[in-house]
Design a binder for this molecule. Structure first.
Ligand code: CO
Length: 351
């Protein structure tokens, strides 16, 4: 039987339209994120006294999101936190409270479009036990997966506690989306959005490398489903350099059982790389199964309309295109049952 595969955007973010004053709820000096509402459909996301990012109502309104999804031909969005809310640098007790607040608000945002807006949770990753508990609470309440930041202070993803959390995700069959955040800064990186344009891809590159060379993938089961944002950052472009170093300087870097290219089937990446030649490199490096539609909606550095690059890429076969637009995401999300039998009329007209 032929089936219709939904188009799934696995990289989008939400910001609620307001939340409790975190300095009072969570305590401590901050600076905490808060929302300065500037109009019916506009707001400014603030961090303490700093203007962090202007927002439109599509950050919190299910109706606005559905309207855009229908226009873009997207059936389902995975809706993840905005990394500013992670609070990994705070006291764990504070981060637990903040995580609960945003996770519950995410359910409220997605509820009116249940089945089309799929919430991913955040967890207090600086405390492994608390992170596992919050993940369990969220999965029981309706979250489908978890978004984590790519590091916790100086701890990379191969940190024992983070690997234990990833093991818990594998045990619970929960997909993990890794998003770069908390980029290094310096006067050189404080110009032209260089933290977003240079540091973010490098952060993601470092995170994947740490899971490989730090032995994370050697310790974790193959059943772990983990995806990295922004096409895996600069990692896919430099697999050859890393393999070469693994073979050439085993005294310095060969801490993994195999060279980096051996682990390419252990994770996936999103498709928000903007150029067909970049997507082609990504598909040839990661395999067709390793790339999923992600847009970074609703933020200005994202792809709009969502899925444009995959739809227009001439090198993809129709089968590959279906995999990138939704088939791979169904497996990532554990939603293979969501494929619908095609109406007979469509099958007839297509054949
Ligand atoms: Co993003």
């Amino acid at each position: 039987m032929r089936t219709t595969i939904p188009t799934i955007d696995i990289h989008t973010h939400y910001v609620p339209r307001g939340w409790p004053e975190l300095s009072q709820v969570a305590g401590g000096p901050g600076p905490w994120p808060w929302l300065r509402v500037t109009g019916e459909r506009d707001a400014m996301l603030m961090l303490g006294e700093t203007e962090f990012r202007p927002l439109l109502s599509n950050a919190w309104s299910a109706d606005d999101r559905l309207e855009q999804m229908d226009a873009d031909g997207v059936d389902i969005q995975v809706v993840s936190p905005t990394p500013l809310f992670f609070s990994y640098a705070n006291d764990p007790e504070q981060a637990i409270k903040v995580s609960r607040i945003f996770n519950d608000l995410a359910l409220d945002i997605c509820e009116p479009a249940r089945g089309r807006l799929i919430p991913f949770a955040q967890v207090p990753l600086q405390d492994t036990d608390a992170a596992c508990r919050e993940l369990d609470r969220c999965i029981d309440n309706g979250h489908r997966g978890v978004e984590i930041g790519n590091h916790v202070g100086d701890k990379d993803l191969d940190d024992e506690g983070i690997v234990a959390f990833l093991q818990h995700c594998a045990d619970r069959d929960v997909p993990v989306f890794v998003h770069p955040w908390d980029m290094p800064n310096s006067p050189r990186l404080d110009r032209w959005m260089a933290q977003w344009l240079v540091s973010m891809p490098a952060e993601t590159h470092l995170s994947i490398l740490s899971l490989i060379l730090g032995g994370g993938f050697d310790r974790l089961p193959h059943s772990l489903r983990i995806c990295f944002a922004h096409g895996g950052g600069s990692f896919p472009y430099w697999v050859g350099r890393m393999d070469n170093a693994w073979h050439g300087r085993p005294d310095l870097i060969a801490k993994s059982e195999h060279p980096p290219s051996h682990y390419l089937d252990r994770f996936s990446v999103d498709s928000v790389v903007f150029r067909e030649d970049a997507l082609q490199l990504l598909v040839s490096t990661m395999g067709t199964e390793g790339v999923m539609l992600g847009s970074d909606y609703p933020y200005p550095l994202g792809e709009s309309p969502s899925g444009h690059l995959i739809r227009s890429a001439g090198f993809l076969s129709e089968e590959q295109r279906r995999a990138l637009l939704g088939g791979n995401a169904l497996r990532f999300l554990g939603m293979e049952e969501a494929t619908q039998p095609e109406p007979e009329a469509l099958v007839r007209s297509a054949s």
